[in-house]
Every structure is written in structure tokens, then in C-alpha cells.
Design a protein around this ligand. Sequence first.
Ligand SMILES: Nc1ncnc2c1ncn2[C@@H]1O[C@H](COP(=O)(O)OP(=O)(O)OP(=O)(O)O)[C@@H](O)[C@H]1O
Length: 488
Amino acid sequence: MSEKNAKTWVLDPETEYRFELDPGVSLAITLVRGRAEVFGAELVQGKPYLFGSECKAAIFTWHVTGQPSTEYVSEETPMAAYGNLHIAFEQMRVRALAKLRGSPVPEGRSDFAAEPPRVLVLGPENSGKTTVCKILVNYAVRAGQGWSPLLANVDPNEARLDLSKTDRGGWGAPGALSAAAVHGPIPTCSPANPLGSAATSAPMTLASNAILPVVYWYGHADAKRNHLLMDRLIRNLGVNVQEKFDHNAEGQTAGIIVDTPSSFASGPGVNDHRQKLIRACIDAFKINTILVVGHEKLNVEMQRSFGSLVTVVKIPKSGGVVDLDSSYRERLHKYQLHAYMYGEVIHPPPGIKSATQGGETLTDLILSPSSTVINFSDLTIYRIGAETMAPSSALPVGAARVVSEMQPVLVDPSQPGSGLLNAVLAVLAPFNPDENERYDEEILDLTVVGFIVVTNLDVAHKKMTVLSPTQGSLAGKTAIVGSYEWQD
Ligand SMILES: Nc1ncnc2c1ncn2[C@@H]1O[C@H](COP(=O)(O)OP(=O)(O)OP(=O)(O)O)[C@@H](O)[C@H]1O
């Protein structure tokens, strides 16, 4: 493909150009004239932006080089509705800040509270929840008021930002719940980093989104698999977010947007675990607005269950949202873990030079993980919960199973069936150094400092090889294994 294969699209206001890329295909888009944005992040004129890794997205005004498998212009978008929502949230921020500073609270519609927008986004599978979160956060950071809203993700099926290459925390492995303040518009270029890149080994050059997130590890794709653990981690994340807010009273007026798993949107009844988890989010993040993306029944249910506590708003689903099937999601997890370890560089279509990925130069996006051999005894590994136990028939006669869903169970790497080969492990922050402050199940409340993958087990020599994005020693550290695996 060369420049002469480029297509130029002229878009009317409030229309969007949508594309879906096949595996291995990249696309470069240059804004020639006017203004355009990708899910709320503005494009700079004359600069080619790259898209790859089966990205599916939408833009407004540009000049195109590449070969998407599907592309079209849509005149029906929900952007006006999302824009109105942003204006409402903006009024809430301004009024909350004025109230905090003791200034006169600007006149506004009486139904906009003078408190920060703390928003929970709910919706069924493939309704565009993540995209709505991204658009709302991007509009907030572009508002020119210096807002840095928090973006929280409690959908363990989806990775978020690329994980940190430093030891300061990760933000992206599937299976994680996380929150981070967003300071610059989040680009869209690849589903491997659906919300852009976090701080990496070259944080100085990754200006737009050097994010230091708080991460907890759930370890499974399905939020229903261990709802007690989900509940606990959501509440932990809330406590952490509150601590961030306590240290930055003005900063908190930017608010928080929380993305959720689709399993929160459908279930047997109002008293099921799903509603308990929604309730956990409302409590943990002090939610004042629930957005229901295009789902009438869920909207009614939320109005009935939580309408007295929070404002429930139904918003339209974009016709551009693509149905992602399970094989696509599996490939996505691979892309995400690969990008975590190695970074991700999208190769530009032939003829395109000096392109950027979401505004970052390509050389800054290459990472080199380290593969190290460690002793089994270097790392203490746990699984959380009963399903990791031996079957009841294997227990001694008379012994009853007493392991709860929340119990950390030590994993012995030398046991056959340890499940560690190719497993993704979350390495945890240290335990409280003060012995008096230690407690059972403390491990559940520790944040994640990074992820590693076990690439080889040598049981005879009691050694394992691990791939890690950092060179740091793992000796004395504690890790949790879930059900995610990855092979290069
Ligand atoms: N207007 C649009 N045009 C083209 N593609 C879009 C549009 N909106 C969303 N998409 C794409 O559709 C896919 C699904 O959207 P998104 O991830 O936001 O949905 P979701 O409801 O969060 O998904 P999940 O079922 O994983 O919870 C993504 O690849 C996204 O980039």
C-alpha cells in the first residue's frame, strides 16, 4: 500500500468514519483539514496516526492510507448525547470546586449537584461502555480547566493501560482492577492498550499518559467466578481512591468514571451477586450518577434499586460498537500481555514515514523484558479460594473442607498440576513491616507492583524461569496466580 492508495474522506459535522482492522493490518490516518477526534482525543493536523492489532474505532475528518477490512461513514452517532453529558459533568465539577473554595457556586440547573461527577457506567456486552468512559474522560481533560479525572476499571476481562515498566505499578493485565488519574487525552491506536500507555522505562518521553495507577489482582476473566473477592477488591480500590482524594481535595472535583464488566448488566434477579457488586461500586466510589448504555430493562432496574441514592441516566448505544466474540477477546489478551512485556509498535503501511502511535514516537514504545531463572524458594505464590483445593475425596477421612473463597492457598511449584507453567502472576507490594499491624488475608488487600509470566519449571532443580518487564529481584516477594496464561 502506498500513498497513492490513500483515500480522502470529507465528513459533514456530526458524522464519523468507522473502521475495523484485520489481524496484521495497520492503518495510518492524517487529519488534513478541520478538527477531528478519536473517542474524544483530538488529532493534530498533518500528523499520521497509526492503528493496528485489530483496532476498531471511529474518527471525524481526515485523509486515509491503509486497508481496513470494514469502513464506512455514519451519520447517526450518539456523540451529541455524550457531549451533553460532558457539559452536565463539567457544571458539576465547576460547582464542586467553587463550593470547596468557598466561592459563590455558579448558577446552574438545580439538578446538577455541586459535587464532583462520580459516575458508574453499566451496560451489556459490547454496548460501548469502555468507549463512553474514554470519551468522557478525554472531554474532561480537554476542557482546559486542568482537570485530571480518575478512571477506574472493575472489569477484569479487560486490560487497561499498558503496565508500568517501572516497579511503580501496573495497569493493564487482564484480570486486574485498577484506578488512575488521567492527565492528558487517552489515545486510541490498538486494543492492546485500549486506554493508552502508562509510564514505561522512558516515562520522560511518554508525556501524554504517564499514569501511575493503583492495581489489584482478581486474576480471572469472569467477575462472577469469585464474587466475594470482586467485592473485596472493589472496596479496596475505593479506599485507595479515597486516600488519593484526601490528599488532593481540589483534584477530586474532576470526579471519577468507573468502567464495569458486562456481567453487572445481566443476571437472574435483583438480589443476585451482580446487584451486590454494583452496590459495592456505589459505596466504594461514592457514586452519584449511573449511566446505563442502551438497555431499557437495566435502566428500569437501576432506577428501582438505586434511584433514591443516585441519578440514573440511560444513554444511547453507538451503532459503531463492534460485537467482539470470544476468539477476538482471547487474541486481545495475548496482544495485551505481549504489549506489557515487549511494548507494542505498529508497523506503518508502506509509504508512511514518521507516523506516531497515539502521539508517541515509535521507538519509545519498545520494551525489553528480562528472563530470569529463580529458585522456587525466592517467590511465595498463592491462589485465592476454595476451587484451588484438592477434591473432597482426597481429604483425610473425617476432614471437612474449610477453605473459603477468600482464603489464600499456598501453591507448591514442585507439585504436578501446580498450574504455574505459562501462568501470569501478579507480584504484590510488601506486607506491612509492623508485625502488630499484620492480619489474616492481608494478602487480599495488597496492591500489585508488576506482573510476571512463568515460562519454564525445572522441578528437579527447584528452579523456574520467569519473564518480567523489570530487572528487579523477586527474592522474598509474594505473588498471586489466577487463571490467566500466556505464551509468547
Ligand atoms: N463508534 C464506534 N465506531 C467504531 N468502533 C467502535 C465505536 N464505538 C466502539 N467501538 C469499538 O467497539 C468495540 C467494543 O466497544 P467497547 O469496548 O467500548 O464496549 P464494551 O461494552 O466496553 O465491551 P465489553 O463487552 O468488553 O464490556 C471496541 O473495539 C471499540 O473500539
